[in-house]
Design a protein around this ligand. Structure first.
Ligand SMILES: N[C@@H](CCC(=O)N[C@@H](CS)C(=O)NCC(=O)O)C(=O)O
Length: 217
């Protein structure tokens, strides 16, 4: 059955891979599932046809036959459950990998998103300069804990899993701030994720949409 995802017609990051369709593309590449992409403009995202797929008028969405999903956590979990390659077979290890997905999305990502909002959407507010160090402190607390848990391991819990895919995707959003550089173990972890052939294919596919070029040629 054909899988179709949606992505920005023109991503605000110009193809740096930070738009969330990259996570879904990466998951599909890891499990070897072909997919099609429907590009949507900001205007079209808020129109009834797209709102029927995504109640909040965002990307990405995922369609497969009569199934339509939104939220990258749900989409990546769906892909990982249906196809081998992103979740371990052992039930306990599988539950732990899913736990890392939730940790990425509900514990690590929120302060990182706050930083982007404070800088780009609220940067002109009089309180913005005072707020930034508070947000950075909250991000730092998460990164301290994550770095301590990862230690010298390659991945968070044994082999690479959907938990790592989501955590690396979330941490990548920190790159523009430079904060990742203060955490060499996490920077190396993110680099390992980016070095995966499936990530490179996903990155190149979104880059081609935004620039017409691939990173390799
Ligand atoms: N929690 C959602 C967030 C989706 C989201 O924020 N998508 C962004 C693109 S990365 C978007 O569509 N932004 C445009 C908007 O909100 O109008 C998920 O993980 O899928």
């Amino acid at each position: 059955m054909t899988i179709t995802i949606t992505a920005f017609e023109r991503s605000p990051d110009g193809g740096k891979g930070l738009a969330r369709d990259t996570r879904v593309r990466w998951a599909l590449e890891e499990v070897g599932q072909p997919y099609e992409v429907r590009l949507v403009s900001f205007r079209a995202m808020k129109e009834p046809a797209h709102l029927a797929l995504h109640p909040f008028g965002q990307i990405p969405t995922y369609e497969e036959g009569s199934l339509a999903l939104f939220e990258t956590g749900s989409i990546v979990l769906h892909i990982a459950e249906r196809h081998a390659g992103l979740l371990p077979n052992d039930a306990d290890a599988r539950a732990r990998a899913i736990t890392w997905m939730f940790a990425a999305l509900s514990t690590v990502e929120p302060p990182i998103l706050e930083l982007g909002i404070a800088r780009f959407q609220e940067g002109d507010k009089p309180w913005s300069a005072e707020r930034l160090p508070l947000i950075k402190g909250r991000i730092g607390a998460r990164l301290d804990s994550l770095s301590a848990r990862l230690g010298d391991a390659d991945w968070l819990d044994g082999a690479f899993s959907a938990g790592d895919l989501m955590m690396v995707s979330v941490l990548l959003r920190l790159r523009p701030s430079g904060m990742l550089n203060e955490y060499p173990k996490l920077a190396a972890y993110v680099a390992r994720g980016e070095a995966r052939p499936a990530y490179k294919r996903a990155f190149d596919a979104q880059l081609a949409v935004n620039t017409g070029k691939s990173s390799t040629g």
